[in-house]
Design a protein around this ligand. Structure first.
Ligand code: CU
Length: 314
């Protein structure tokens, strides 16, 4: 290919990628965000492109309600490294959606309930974690689309949120919450009928792009079963971003999913002496292999998402 032809091809690629991102961003209202990721051809440096301009939605403020008892006790420690999200039930708690099929591209009211070990709807007793009683993460199973939502809880314990799945496909829905002193992540599948083309994961790389930002990950050697210190440096246009705003009570939020089964890791923000452009987390990757990391942070009142792939060795 001649040089002009290459340039032309690259320009077309940029237009196509950007077009997709804009379409996805426009499609979302203030209560949702979708992050198209994995348009891998744009990674000059190996990072995945993840662009979206939608705001991160807040729909909190569920009414307090009494009546919930009998929560199982538990601690944060022993099970802290065990991944969640692989089952719809854990310790007898159950995630029960009212629908398992949603039309892609259409705003839909998505509702669900959490049942306790005695089969009763959990109506209260949620303990805020990262400033929310419940975090709902919706990920297309190839991880090419990512949503982070905060449903509203009604007095009868039903959680609801406006959901718009960006494309057809199979999605994993994770409800991440703390009840009875223990954090649980329950997962169910959600289907959006239609044709679906899975996107390959971008190769692991230190630098990843998304929402117009660049993040550089410093983590050393990631080893299975060992606590890892993940430090992300946020940049934009070649400069460090030093005006990160608090997001969910921390500098950032991180979701880590294992390749193959989308096991959902419990990641914790870390303080420490990181610079103003840096966000630190502690995580333990349970097994060797690849993981997808979705880093979210806030600047100018908007939540940004940058996805990346990491490789964990034995
Ligand atoms: Cu959340």
């Amino acid at each position: 290919m001649s040089v002009p032809a290459k340039l032309l091809a690259f320009a077309a690629l940029l237009a196509a990628t950007f077009g997709v991102a804009v379409a996805a961003g426009d499609a979302f209202g203030p209560e949702e965000r979708a992050t198209p990721v994995g348009h891998g051809t744009m990674r000059a440096d190996g990072g995945g492109a993840a662009m979206s301009s939608a705001d991160h939605g807040e729909a909190d403020g569920g009414e307090p309600a009494g009546g919930h008892e009998g929560a199982a006790g538990g601690g944060h420690d022993a099970a802290a490294t065990a991944p969640g999200g692989l089952a719809a039930t854990e310790d007898g708690y159950q995630l029960q959606p009212t629908a398992t099929t949603v039309e892609a591209g259409k705003r839909t009211r998505f509702s669900f309930r959490i049942l306790d070990p005695r089969g009763r709807v959990v109506r209260s007793g949620y303990e805020p974690e990262a400033e929310r009683e419940l975090h709902l993460i919706v990920v297309r199973r190839d991880t090419g689309r990512f949503l982070h939502l905060h449903p509203r809880r009604a007095a009868d314990g039903t959680w609801s949120v406006d959901l718009r799945l960006p494309t057809a496909g199979v999605y994993r829905v994770f409800a991440d919450f703390v009840v009875g002193g223990k954090r649980r992540t329950l997962g169910v599948d959600l289907f959006a009928p239609g044709s679906f083309r899975p996107e390959p994961w971008p190769a692991p790389a230190a630098v990843a792009h998304g929402d117009g930002f660049t993040t550089t990950l410093r983590a050393g050697d990631l080893r299975a079963g060992r606590a890892a210190d993940l430090t992300f440096a946020v940049g934009r246009d070649g400069r460090a971003v030093t005006d990160l705003q608090p997001y969910l009570g921390a500098r950032g939020h991180l979701v880590a999913l294992r390749e193959g089964d989308l096991a959902y890791l419990h990641v914790h923000p870390q303080g420490g002496d990181a610079g103003p452009d840096q966000i630190r987390f502690a995580a333990t990757f349970p097994t060797p292999g690849r993981y997808r990391l979705f880093l979210q942070f806030q600047t100018d009142g908007r939540v940004r998402t940058v996805a990346r792939t990491v490789e964990v060795s034995r």
